[in-house]
Design a protein around this ligand. Structure first.
Ligand SMILES: Cc1cc2nc3c(=O)[nH]c(=O)nc-3n(C[C@H](O)[C@H](O)[C@H](O)COP(=O)(O)OP(=O)(O)OC[C@H]3O[C@@H](n4cnc5c(N)ncnc54)[C@H](O)[C@@H]3O)c2cc1C
Length: 474
């Protein structure tokens, strides 16, 4: 008996950068007919390959934070080469005319390759949520209809991306009066135009701040910029002259056994930083490699202590170091001569009075015409992931702050659904950091598909001489 072809099926939920990267890795081992009889159902309400939040929702002027060679980990120079030939801008645009075009082209190419390898690809322009039915999962659309036959957990890949920005949601009633909740959700920079000089209070000093200054109009005289954030400082800039020759560091003290308290781990990490700096490592390298290893270090600690360390100023600083921004973005910010205010702002510090915002700051009241929230999106609060958490099919690991997984880092606990992207990644986000997960998922899909196509045979208790062979489904 062969396993029915219709059931040699996989679903990928979410066609942002991560979902598309899985397709790119799938093409690596897809030879002629290797995927015959295999069906892929690809889901995204915005179209698979839409670029997701980072590239699909980028405004003109928003630039890549990573360098060209980091943006196509499945084929090192592919984006660099595309950029040199096709880019419509002199700078690395994240959206149209830049990386978005490349990602769409790679997705279409991957789909073509997989079809040539015999796969059937079904594109569904809808959102779906996995719902458990016995030992399988139905993928249910917003009308409550199942979009595919029920599938085992290990045939479903979730790449739903960041969820809606949860910070300062209390300020949403001010939308329309100068409060902008998200740059990536229909923000029109023209609202800030006008004859009078305006003051903008920007909340957060991470990459979104640089997206904002890169996206707003060139009329520099019309804006006073106040940046309010816990660090009260701009981000570091990328130094491309040394990045190429950086070598990885291993934070031995952080990883050594026995760092049970926040204080002990802080001391260990500071020691690692000192040693690495003495050996000439850059802050970017130090930030990247310490943050990369946070998962195991946090897992070895008591919960309360792990949470305290994860939220400490030291980790905030390391995350900043790990993601320096391009020099051009830093220069663009400086043209606004921003004033930085160090404050962990709360919604109750803000009020709207006679058409202007009043912000209670440490050195007195600040006034602003606009407040722009640039404090980031939730790692695992995409609606589909929220639904899984509610149904007990996924849970947040309090120590790492991301969804708990098996040892391999991709199968959600306890459901076993495969997951990729910020929801399961305790380190620094980016194409390069998600690549190992995408590669592992693609390898798993090939293995599972091949096992179902050429089933293993086992002996049953059949009489001698008439040994019956039975297929073992994957
Ligand atoms: C503003 C910003 C800039 C960034 N810049 C860079 C950069 O320059 N370089 C870099 O390497 N990294 C960058 N990053 C990191 C970035 O997170 C990753 O590179 C990548 O974009 C994450 O992609 P994703 O597919 O996991 O998530 P997303 O981009 O959020 O995509 C998720 C997709 O899933 C779909 N979806 C959600 N729920 C469902 C559902 N239930 N059913 C079907 N579909 C669903 C959504 O429509 C969306 O298209 C940036 C991140 C942000 C937020």
């Amino acid at each position: 008996m062969t396993y029915p072809a219709a059931e040699n099926r996989f679903a990928i939920i979410g066609g942002g950068a991560s979902g598309s990267m899985v397709l790119a890795y799938l093409t690596r081992n897809a030879t002629k007919d290797s995927l015959a009889g295999v069906t892929f159902d690809l889901f995204d309400p915005n179209g698979f390959g839409c670029g997701g939040i980072a590239y699909g929702k980028a405004l003109p002027g928003m630039v890549l934070n990573s360098v060209r060679t980091e943006m196509s980990p499945w084929d090192g120079p592919a984006f660099r080469d595309h950029f040199n030939v096709h880019a419509a801008h002199t700078f690395e645009a994240r959206g149209a005319g830049g990386y978005l075009d490349f990602l769409q082209q790679e997705t279409l190419w991957a789909i073509k390759q997989l079809r040539q390898a015999g796969a059937q690809i079904n594109l569904h322009r809808t959102a779906v949520t996995p719902e458990q039915h016995g030992d399988k999962f139905a993928l249910v659309d917003p009308d409550g209809k199942a979009a595919t036959p029920p599938l085992p957990a290990k045939r479903i890949v979730l790449a739903a991306g960041y969820g809606p920005n949860p910070h300062f949601a209390d300020l949403k009633p001010y939308a329309g009066n100068g409060y902008i909740h998200s740059l990536y959700d229909g923000f029109d920079p023209a609202v800030m135009d006008g004859p009078r000089r305006k003051t903008v209070a920007f909340l957060g000093s991470g990459p979104a701040l640089y997206d904002f200054v890169n996206a707003i109009n060139d009329d520099l005289d019309s804006l006073d910029l106040v940046v309010i954030s816990p660090s009260g400082a701009p981000m570091g800039t990328r130094d491309l002259s040394i990045e190429g020759s950086e070598t990885r560091i291993t934070p031995f003290n952080m990883l050594a056994a026995g760092q049970a308290t926040c204080e002990a781990l802080t001391e260990a990490v500071k020691k690692d930083i000192r040693i690495a700096q003495e050996r000439g490592a850059t802050n970017r390298r130090i930030g990247l490699d310490i943050v990369r290893n946070l998962g195991p270090a946090l897992a070895a600690m008591d919960e309360e202590e792990a949470i305290a360390f994860r939220n400490s100023p030291l980790v905030a600083q390391l995350r900043h170091w790990a993601t320096p921004i391009p020099v051009e973005s830093a220069r663009r910010l400086q043209t606004f001569s921003p004033r930085f205010v160090q404050q962990r702002l709360r919604p109750e510090d803000i009020s709207l009075k006679r058409g202007r915002f009043e912000i209670a700051a440490p050195d007195g009241t600040l006034h602003a015409d606009f407040i722009v929230n640039g404090t980031g999106h939730g790692r695992h609060n995409a609606p589909a992931l929220e639904a899984l958490k509610k149904a007990g099919l996924a849970r947040v690991d309090p120590k790492t702050g991301v969804l708990a997984t098996d040892e391999g880092g991709i199968a959600l606990a306890p459901s076993g659904l495969l997951c990729l992207g910020p929801a399961v990644h305790p380190g620094t986000d980016g194409m390069e950091s998600f690549a190992p997960g995408a590669e592992a998922i693609a390898a798993h899909i090939h293995r599972t598909a091949a096992a179902a196509r050429a089933p293993a045979f086992v002996r049953t208790n059949a009489p001698p001489n008439r040994q019956q062979m039975t297929a073992v489904p994957a």
